[in-house]
Design a protein around this ligand. Structure first.
Ligand code: PYC
Length: 404
């Protein structure tokens, strides 16, 4: 007898929430699940609840354009995202799940002298950190992506690009499901459709988490939310230098494979890749206002179409199938905020702007080490909340994705 949807085995169970846990992770997206997984796998801590007000992966983890890369601007950023890419490279094996990982290469276009200078800067920093990136010219660009208009008479001529062969894409939902299954198999409780409504703090120390299903006693609460980073931190009395803006994306009808590389233009605020199913996935920069709305807008589609057609005029007959939005917690320096806070037992893994998906594995690994040992590991030393009072910012705006 064939499998019906009802008879499919569950990848993780829906346990009853207990009244206490050693660690409560708020946010059941990629970061929360990866933190739970590495806490269990690397540190033997399994008495963990991962709590989400919706379903797992329903926030930023399921709304991004699934791009992976490590061609950042600062040495701290390059080392951090490169560790993530290395973890992604072996993740299908490690989690025994087909994550549809493809290192198709990643190309960031430069349309003026300033853009070429930034690409050269990034290439040098990347090489110094052992990351494969180089600046290429219009002829090489045309060879890699024949559909790009590299002629000189366009409004935004393509003068060069930062080419990063290890960049690529992965199936974002599968990454969430694979971490969830692996964490569940080690005893982690995944509690969906349960909203966190408060965090109990006594004498500057976490003592519990309040939820729509009741209260949990715990000494460790971890804010792994995206979109609600400042609201959840407020519950513990910790202020975050974060503003929240929507980010929209869209996908076309499927066509035969023709785009073998991720293409990004910061000047035109657009990035595009082609999935294994043939759809083109497009994204842009965050909307120019703060909001918690995840609705799509017509302005976004109009702007996107204009900019995409400047780059690839031959796409003019393609039809968009869907558009969607997600929420981005933006920090002043376009780097995340990770580690301990002034409240004992309250940890944050937030401020993920438009770069959180690619950082999922390394964030989980580093947050797990921070929680288990009480010490932020070297790889996230620069990303602590304390940098906003010490002034040691990690400025990643020049490589964050597209111009924001
Ligand atoms: O940082 O590569 C990136 C990115 C792609 C989409 C949003 N951010």
């Amino acid at each position: 007898k064939g499998l019906t949807q009802e008879s499919w085995p569950e990848l993780w169970s829906q346990p009853d929430m207990k009244s206490s846990y050693e660690v409560v992770i708020i946010g059941g997206g990629l970061h929360g699940l990866a933190t739970a997984y590495y806490l269990a796998k690397n540190h033997g801590i399994t008495d963990i609840a991962v709590i989400d007000k919706g379903y797992i992966g329903g926030g930023g983890s399921g709304r991004n354009t699934s791009i992976l890369r490590s061609n950042y601007l600062t040495p701290e950023g390059v080392r951090f995202y490169d560790r993530s890419l290395k973890l992604y490279e072996d993740l299908s094996n490690e989690l025994n799940f087909n994550l549809m990982f493809v290192q198709m290469g990643h190309m960031s276009l430069a349309h003026d002298d300033g853009g070429v200078r930034t690409m050269r800067w990034r290439a040098e920093v990347n090489k110094a950190q052992g990351v494969d990136s180089e600046v290429i010219g219009p002829d090489e660009i045309k060879e890699l992506v024949p559909y790009l208009d590299v002629s000189e008479n366009t409004r935004y001529p393509i003068l060069g690009a930062l080419y990063h062969p290890p960049g690529g894409t992965i199936r974002h939902d599968a990454v969430v499901w694979a971490y969830a299954r692996a964490a569940h198999e080690m005893g982690v409780h995944i509690i969906q459709h349960t909203e966190v409504t408060g965090i109990d703090v006594d004498n500057s120390k976490v003592t519990g988490v309040q939820t729509s299903q009741g209260n949990i006693a715990t000494g460790t609460a971890v804010n792994c939310t995206a979109g609600w980073a400042s609201l959840i931190s407020d519950m513990a009395g910790v202020r975050m230098p974060v503003t929240t803006s929507p980010l929209q994306a869209a996908v076309t009808e499927p066509v035969k494979p023709f785009l073998g590389t991720v293409v990004v233009s910061g000047t035109l605020h657009v990035y595009v890749s082609q999935t294994d199913r043939g759809e083109l996935v497009f994204g842009a920069s965050v909307d120019p206002f703060t909001s918690y709305s995840m609705r799509g807008t017509l302005e976004f589609v109009e702007g996107l179409a204009t900019n995409v057609l400047s780059l690839m005029p031959s796409l003019s007959k393609m039809r968009l199938l869907r558009q969607w939005g997600g929420l981005c917690d933006m920090t002043p320096d376009y780097s995340p905020i990770m580690g301990e806070t002034e409240v004992d037992g309250f940890y944050v893994d937030v401020g993920w702007g438009t770069y959180g998906f690619k950082a999922g594995p390394v964030s989980g690994e580093a947050m797990a080490e921070t929680i288990a040992t009480g010490k932020r590991p070297e790889i996230i030393q620069g990303f602590g909340l304390d940098r906003f009072s010490s002034g040691r910012l990690v400025g990643e705006k020049g490589a964050a994705a597209v111009g924001h």
